[in-house]
Ligand binder design. Sequence first.
Ligand SMILES: [Fe+2]
Length: 320
Amino acid sequence: MGELYVPVNIETIQAEVFPDVALYIRSGGKFILYKSHGHNFSKQDATRLIENNVDVLFVSPQDLEVITTFMENNADSILKDDRLNSQTKGKIIYQTSINFVGDLFEHPEKVSDFSRSRRLVENLLKYLSSDCNSLQSLESVISHNYYTFVHSLQVAALSVLLHSEAYLLSHDEMLDVGIGTLLHDFGKVFLSQEILNKDGKLSQAELSAYRNHPEQGYQYLKKHTRLSDISLGVVRHHHERNNGKGYPHGLTAMAISRSAQVAAICDVYCNLTIDRTCRKALSPSMAVHLMKQEMKDSFNERLLDVLDGIVCTDNPAQFL
Ligand SMILES: [Fe+2]
């Protein structure tokens, strides 16, 4: 069952900041043991593999939980480690986040562990404010690794930055925004793989099921977690549009919280700037241009200007 092995970027596998688990290499469609448990993975090993154009190793699904727990518990010291550059830290944040979001899609009930999502978003905030290249570093990692829900992390990172530029938020509010945005598509847990992976047009019934994912996510999270109203609003209204043409409720600007408006903008922007099966990614400026011209009534104009300022220039994040 080779396809169940999980890829881990080599730069995130560094002694001291990675737990001791068995690592596998993929060769000719097979997974071969590269390092067993109890053996050291040295800097030289990493360099040699990277020189040979191998940039990911694989871990068994059983070990994924060990890695996730280790990284989540150590992210604070990893982020402070001067030996690691911004790109590597971005990869670690990325890995931790996709483990987290991936885990939730397998086990939705784990979302009730509120301290876990809070800790993860705390780390994301620290990372984003650590230097001005953090967003680009994170994006360069993400653009090479598009998994179904990885996009949630990109939307969360951008939404935190957009909030910090557009509004004066307390640290707690910023956490709420980050958590809500990270979980904005949680309702997709309840959709069938058939709907999620369908290439062609969705039938009317499938479309209405799909369009209910914000409401389903909201209802579940409200019942099973301690998420704040800010976070829940993001989940419930991230597909609403200011002109009332969004879904599932067709609300207009006045009824959509500012954080849900920001999330909607970031969600669309991140979708436009990533390669999809049906079309190539747009550049940041082309995506913003398109949103300002063709989707102008859907979004708050001032927020689109703030987005323009963030993605089209090198702005350090100032929000901690
Ligand atoms: Fe969504």
